[in-house]
Design a binder for this molecule. Structure first.
Ligand SMILES: NC(=O)c1ccc[n+]([C@@H]2O[C@H](COP(=O)([O-])OP(=O)(O)OC[C@H]3O[C@@H](n4cnc5c(N)ncnc54)[C@H](O)[C@@H]3O)[C@@H](O)[C@H]2O)c1
Length: 443
C-alpha cells in the first residue's frame, strides 16, 4: 500500500517507519525545511529508542520518503493519517487548528479513492468536521472515507507498541475504509483466536473511537492519582503505601500497572487529554468532577516533592544547592512537555535554591525550557549533580540512576539528604549509608 503521514513527531514518525518496515511505501509530510532535509538523511528530530536505525533502514530501502509537498504524496496514497499535535488551549480544549489546516490541504490533493484517518487525539465530532471540510475542497473526481484510528503508543517503547499493539481501534462508517484499514493493520495482529493482546482489531463507530482514546488516558491518570492519594495517606497512617498498592494490584480486576506513586504524571498526553476530556464534558453539560480531582491530586503529588524538600532542609531553602536527577517526564524519552521536573525546579528556584541538574537524553530540551531561569546549572552526570548539594531529588527514574554508587554520591554531597521521587532505592540501604531518605508513600 502507499500511505502518507502528516506530522513526523512521536506518533507520525514512529508509525510511518513501522509501516514502511512492513513493506509499504510511506510518505511523511512535514512543514519545516530543516527537519525534512535532516529526515531525508536519516537524522530524526526526537529521541525514541531504535527509531533512528529504523528510519535509516527504510529511507535507504526507498520505502520511507520525506517531503513538504502534498503532491504527489497524497495523490498516490491509498491511506492518509493525520498525526499532527493537538495541544491544549487556555480553556483546556484541544487546539484543532493544525488538524483542520492539514485536512484542508489533504482534501485538495485527493485523487481516486482514499481513506483519510485522524490519528491525532481529537474531541468527539472532529472527524465529522474533517469530513465536511474535505467534502468542500476535494477535486470532484476524488472519493474518500473518513476513519478515526487513535494512537496508543507509549514514548520510550513506541516501536514495540506500534508493532505489538494491545488493540487497534478503527472507527468508521464505511465498509470499504474498514477493509482497507484491517488489511493495513493485519501484520500487527497476533495470529490465533484467544484473548491475548494483539488479537484485537476493535471496530466501532467514529465517535466511539474518538472517545476511546481520551477515556484510556483519563483512566490511566485516575490510576496514577489513586496511587498517589494512597501513598499520601499511607505516609500519614504508618502503612507502607508501596506494599498496599502492590497488594491491591495483585487482584486481577485491578492490575499492578500504573499504580506506582511518585512525583506525578506529566508528558504530552495525560495532562492535556485529561483537560480536554473535562472540556468535552463541559460542552455536553456534564461536570467531570472525578477528573478535576485527578488533576488536583496530581498537582499535589508534584508539589509534595517540594514540601518534602522543605522538610529535609528545615524550611530553609534559600541559598541551598539542590540536585535534580532527571528532567524528561519519564525515562527513555527526551519529551519535556508538562514534565514535573520543570514545576519542581521552578518552585525551588522561587524559594531561593540553586539547582544542579542532569538528564541522560533530555538535557538539551531542558536547557531550552529553563533558559530564562537563573541559578540552574546543567551537570555532566549524576555524580556531578550531587557535588556540593544539600539535597538530591530523583524526579525521573532513568535506569542509569538506579544503581548509582550511593556511597560515592553521599561523599560528594554537602548534606546527605535524598528524596526518591520515583522510589528507585531501598530506603534501608540508603539510610544505612547515612542518607536522610524520603520516598513517596514510604515511611
Ligand atoms: N506522544 C505520544 O505518546 C502520543 C501517543 C498517542 C497519541 N498522541 C497524539 O498524537 C498526536 C501527535 O502527537 P505527537 O506526540 O506525535 O506530537 P509531536 O508534537 O511530537 O508531533 C507533531 C508533528 O506535527 C508536525 N506539524 C505541526 N504543524 C504541522 C503542519 N502545519 N504541517 C505538517 N506537520 C505539522 C510537527 O512538525 C510534528 O512533527 C497528538 O494529538 C497526541 O495527543 C501522542
Amino acid at each position: 500500500m502507499t500511505i502518507s503521514f502528516i506530522g513526523h513527531g512521536y506518533v507520525g514518525l514512529v508509525s510511518a517507519a513501522v509501516f514502511a518496515d512492513l513493506g509499504n511505501t510511506v510518505w511523511v509530510i512535514g512543514h519545516t525545511p530543516e527537519k525534512v532535509n535532516n529526515l531525508k538523511k536519516g537524522i530524526i528530530p526526537i529521541y525514541e529508542p531504535g527509531l533512528e536505525e529504523l528510519v535509516k533502514r527504510n529511507v535507504d530501502a526507498g520505502r520511507l520518503l520525506f517531503t513538504m509537498d502534498y503532491a504527489p504524496s497524497i495523490n498516490e496514497s491509498d491511506v492518509v493519517f493525520i498525526a499532527v499535535g493537538t495541544p491544549p488551549k487556555q480553556s483546556g480544549e484541544a487546539d484543532l487548528a493544525v488538524v483542520m489546516d492539514v485536512a484542508q490541504k489533504v482534501g485538495k490533493h485527493l485523487d481516486g479513492y482514499t481513506v483519510v484517518n485522524v490519528k491525532s487525539t481529537v474531541p468527539v465530532g472532529t472527524n465529522r468536521r474533517v469530513k465536511a471540510l474535505i467534502e468542500e475542497v476535494k477535486p470532484t473526481n476524488a472519493t474518500f472515507d473518513i476513519a478515526s484510528v487513535p494512537e496508543f503508543l507509549r514514548e520510550g517503547q513506541a516501536i514495540s507498541d506500534t508493532l505489538h499493539p494491545d488493540r487497534v481501534v478503527i472507527g468508521t462508517e464505511s465498509k470499504r475504509a474498514e477493509e482497507k484499514l484491517v488489511e493495513l493493520h493485519k501484520p500487527l495482529m497476533v495470529k490465533g483466536t484467544g484473548e491475548a493482546p494483539g488479537n484485537h482489531l476493535f471496530l466501532c463507530n467514529i465517535e466511539t473511537a474518538e472517545m476511546v482514546k481520551y477515556a484510556s488516558n483519563a483512566f490511566l491518570s485516575v490510576k496514577i492519582s489513586f496511587a498517589n492519594a494512597i501513598a499520601q495517606l499511607s505516609e500519614l497512617t504508618g502503612a507502607n503505601g508501596i506494599d498496599v498498592l502492590e497488594a491491591i494490584g495483585l487482584d486481577k480486576r485491578i492490575g499492578t500497572a500504573f499504580l506506582n506513586p511518585g512525583a506525578g504524571y506529566g508528558g504530552s498526553c495525560f495532562p492535556k487529554d485529561v483537560k480536554a476530556l473535562i472540556a468535552i464534558a463541559r460542552e455536553y453539560n456534564y461536570d467531570f468532577k472525578l477528573l478535576k480531582e485527578v488533576e488536583q491530586v496530581n498537582q499535589d503529588a508534584i508539589m509534595g516533592i517540594v514540601t518534602k524538600a522543605k522538610k529535609l532542609l528545615a524550611d530553609d531553602v534559600q541559598g541551598k544547592t539542590i540536585g535534580v536527577l532527571g528532567l524528561s517526564f519519564k525515562p527513555d524519552t527526551d519529551d519535556m512537555r508538562d514534565a514535573p521536573s520543570v514545576i519542581i525546579i521552578k518552585e525551588l528556584l522561587a524559594q531561593g535554591a540553586t539547582i544542579r541538574s542532569f538528564d541522560p537524553i533530555a538535557l538539551e530540551n531542558g536547557k531550552k525550557i529553563l533558559k530564562d531561569a537563573k541559578n540552574v546549572h546543567f551537570a555532566k552526570d549524576a555524580y556531578d549533580v550531587a557535588t556540593d548539594a544539600d539535597l538530591l531529588i530523583v524526579v525521573t527514574e532513568w535506569n542509569e540512576f538506579k544503581q548509582l554508587d550511593l556511597a560515592k554520591v553521599k561523599s560528594l554531597m554537602r548534606s546527605p539528604n535524598l528524596i526518591d521521587g520515583r522510589n528507585i532505592y531501598e530506603p534501608e540501604k540508603a539510610k544505612a549509608l547515612g542518607f536522610t531518605y524520603l520516598g513517596v508513600g514510604r515511611q
